[in-house]
Design a protein around this ligand. Structure first.
Ligand SMILES: Cc1cc2nc3c(=O)[nH]c(=O)nc-3n(C[C@H](O)[C@H](O)[C@H](O)COP(=O)(O)OP(=O)(O)OC[C@H]3O[C@@H](n4cnc5c(N)ncnc54)[C@H](O)[C@@H]3O)c2cc1C
Length: 358
């Protein structure tokens, strides 16, 4: 027994739910599938950067209901050394991903998208008369799609089907901390532990997230750096001594766009195409933006316009087409930080690249 859809969207994260929302709005027969039941946990800092300006109807619709912590101030450090800070009307809202993603999914369903739990294990092209169709299968059954949007995250099955190797990625790990808040400042410690990446403190509505993410092979296990960071921020009074660590979680964060993200009937969005800011490492905004663009590119016979429409977004996230060796990355990061210690223009440029998304 199988069902036929114009489009099957694989993965119901921000990319998939946004694509499904906008496709349903165009009256396309769309099925959104995810291997997990919702609400589901997703390892993430939950910072919706510059989200007051996000032009996504589904986000605007859930905003009131979404619990968040608004952040206006960011302090930048070079390892432990303070570099500069910036206060603006709004930098980001911090949210819990299980709530955020679930509300976005509900919004796509309200718009007319169908949803079901389904773990896509294989994709097989099939000829039906003159038409090409795709069978998406789990262990028991299959679903037939005319076209597919792969929004199945880092190293997903759809990206592999398009022939992509695993793209470059960084590894992140963080603590979800419940406590009274000392302040609502976000803090970024670049090159923490002399590794390529940064550690962060984000205020949440229940306390803080303290985490870090590094690119390339680290000298010690990630957990070592995270615990060292926790000890430091407690000792510095940046989070209270009396707190509860509710959870520790982590995962990979892509840092480069995959080579094949669009063919005639299959496109990739969000993490599945590696669409993450190479400087800041955030990907929620780009996931939603690419989902919206995929829906815009949809035509009954093809989605190949996506390749052209997504190009400016790829340019926006990319500093390098190919991730340079770690030694060069460290050199460049030190150069940028040195410039920031000496020049307000350098600080403004980095802040802009870090926080402006629209
Ligand atoms: C620790 C960490 C912290 C981060 N912090 C931030 C931050 O603060 N702000 C920010 O903007 N970004 C952050 N990011 C990046 C951000 O989480 C991602 O860029 C974003 O989640 C991408 O959304 P997506 O919809 O493309 O993929 P995802 O959110 O990963 O969703 C993919 C979905 O696909 C489903 N799926 C996968 N395979 C299959 C399959 N075979 N069949 C069916 N379903 C499948 C999964 O279950 C999942 O629900 C962080 C990442 C990490 C790892």
């Amino acid at each position: 027994m199988y069902q036929n859809y114009d489009v099957v969207v694989v993965g119901a994260g921000p990319a998939g739910s946004t694509a499904a929302y906008y496709l349903a709005k165009k009256n396309v027969k769309v099925l959104l599938v995810d291997r997990q039941d919702f609400p589901r946990h997703k390892a993430c800092g939950g910072a919706l950067i510059n989200c007051r300006k996000w032009p996504f109807e589904n986000y605007i619709a859930i905003k009131e209901e979404l619990r968040s912590c608004e952040v206006q101030k960011a302090l930048f450090y070079w390892h432990k050394k303070y570099v500069c800070e910036k206060t603006v009307d709004h930098l980001f809202d911090q949210v819990k991903r299980h709530e955020f993603d679930n509300l976005l999914l509900e919004e796509a369903i309200k718009r007319g998208a169908s949803f079901r739990r389904f773990h896509v294990k294989s994709i097989t092209p099939e000829s039906r008369g003159n038409n090409l169709r795709y069978a998406l299968a789990d262990d028991k059954e299959h679903i037939i799609a005319k076209q597919i949007i792969g929004a199945d995250g880092f190293n997903g099955v759809t990206a592999k089907f398009l022939g992509n190797p695993r793209t470059a990625y960084g590894l992140c790990q963080e603590y979800d901390i419940v406590c009274d808040k000392i302040d609502r400042k976000s803090r970024f410690f670049f090159l923490w532990g002399r590794e390529l990446g940064y550690a962060w403190i984000f205020p949440t509505f229940e306390g803080y997230y303290a985490g870090l993410g590094f690119i390339g092979k680290t000298r010690k296990r990630l957990r070592f750096y995270l615990d060292d960071f926790m000890e430091y921020i407690i000792q510095q009074g940046l989070i209270p001594k009396h707190h509860t660590v509710r959870k520790m979680f982590g995962g990979p964060d892509p840092v480069a766009v995959v080579p094949n993200y669009c063919d005639k009937h299959i496109v990739l969005c969000g993490d599945s195409m590696g669409l993450v800011s190479q400087l800041a490492g955030d990907g929620i905004y780009y996931a939603m933006k690419s989902g919206k663009i995929a829906a815009e590119a949809y035509k009954e016979e093809t989605m190949e316009d996506y390749g052209k429409l997504i190009k400016p977004v790829i340019d926006e996230v990319s500093l390098f087409q190919k991730i340079p060796p770690k030694s060069l990355g460290m050199f460049l990061a030190r150069l940028i930080l040195l410039a920031m210690t000496r020049s307000h223009t350098a600080q403004d440029l980095v802040f802009k690249k870090f926080f402006m998304r629209q």
